[in-house]
Design a protein around this ligand. Structure first.
Ligand SMILES: [Zn+2]
Length: 332
């Protein structure tokens, strides 16, 4: 357990007070949810430490008792963290049913003190592991808290969702976001902050991460190449090779994801996220029909899965750039 990332952000204070105020009269199962970049992991760690702490303080664990020491050394006998075996960036990574089944003896044993289980990302529970979890939620022992962490709680099976007490951690006011960004990106101009807030879905931690991403400054350059590719219908492999070198595959796909969805937004007369690129994106959007943009978006997800299956990124990029080129009303 990483102590550094254990905290309650200003926009989570109400949730903190509610949870710790009602404790121990809480549901056995808690669902902490909120969009990526809202700080839910830090909140969960802070709460876990507090529940297990033998000398609880109003604002968190004491940091000194034996429980706090065990957490720091990642050897707490009453704490279990369950995640996928694989990298969570992979779309198809799942939490195996065996891991959930193995929880039963842990929650049913009789021990002193509280026991805490964290399952994340909760979206990675498949049907079998979710059903196994239901059994655990139905027959928990005394002093057991099971915490699920999710970006999108609607992706969880309704049977599991209905058994959990929901805690929203991404209700962030514009003022709170602003204050956080000014503190963490003091050098950034207001227009840059507005762009970052747009791209991050108004999640401050995500916005700060995006500010340091490799692809953010490369968008204009890429859109110029993209426009040339579509207009000239020429040299897709040249551009594919170039961008395969310029950015990591993950960064490139993230950039393309944002840009593609903006092209669709322009068609739908909705506000775009890359709000510093309106003219260029409008020109590019005019080259595609809406259905083609949706198809490209589906292709994008498929290409990401291929990368998860270890297909070489240069082969994927070649195919992707041919797709980007071949769409467009000129071929209709
Ligand atoms: Zn303590």
């Amino acid at each position: 357990m990483d102590v550094v990332d254990s905290k309650v952000y200003p926009w989570q204070e109400h949730s903190w007070e509610t949870l710790t105020g009602r404790f121990p009269q809480l549901s056995h199962g808690l669902l902490f949810y909120g969009k990526k970049g809202c700080g839910k992991h830090a909140f969960a760690r802070h709460f876990v430490a507090w529940v297990l702490c033998l000398n609880k303080q109003a604002n968190g664990a004491c940091g000194e008792c034996s429980s706090c020491q065990w957490l720091k050394s990642d050897t707490h006998p009453n704490y279990v963290h369950i995640s996928t075996d694989e990298d969570n960036k992979k779309q198809n990574a799942r939490i195996k049913i065996e891991k959930i089944r193995d929880l039963l003896p842990f929650v049913q044993q009789t021990v002193d003190g509280w026991r805490v289980i964290v399952i994340e990302p909760a979206e990675a529970l498949n049907i079998a592991s979710a059903n196994a979890l239901l059994k655990t939620l139905e027959e928990p022992g005394e002093r057991v808290v099971i915490i699920l962490l999710a970006d999108h709680y609607l992706k969880l099976p309704a049977t599991v969702r209905s058994r959990l007490q929901h805690v929203a951690l991404d209700r962030i006011s514009a003022e709170q976001s602003q204050a956080y960004l000014q503190q963490h990106l003091p050098e950034s101009a207001a227009s840059q902050l507005s762009l970052l807030m747009n791209l991050s879905g108004h999640m401050p931690l995500q916005a700060v991460q995006l500010a340091h991403s490799d692809w953010l400054q490369r968008r204009h350059e890429f859109v110029q190449d993209w426009e040339k590719l579509v207009l000239q219908k020429n040299m897709p492999l040249h551009y594919a090779t170039r961008w395969n070198k310029e950015l990591s595959f993950i960064d490139f796909m993230q950039m393309l994801d944002y840009l593609l969805s903006d092209l669709a937004c322009i068609k739908l007369n909705q506000q775009i996220k890359n709000n510093d690129m309106q003219p260029g994106l409008e020109r590019l959007s005019a080259q595609y029909q809406l259905e083609q943009l949706f198809t490209l978006y589906e292709d994008l997800q498929r290409f990401r899965q291929l990368a998860d299956q270890n297909v070489q990124s240069n082969l994927i990029m070649d195919q992707l750039f041919i797709k980007l080129m071949n769409c467009g009303p000129f071929l209709e």
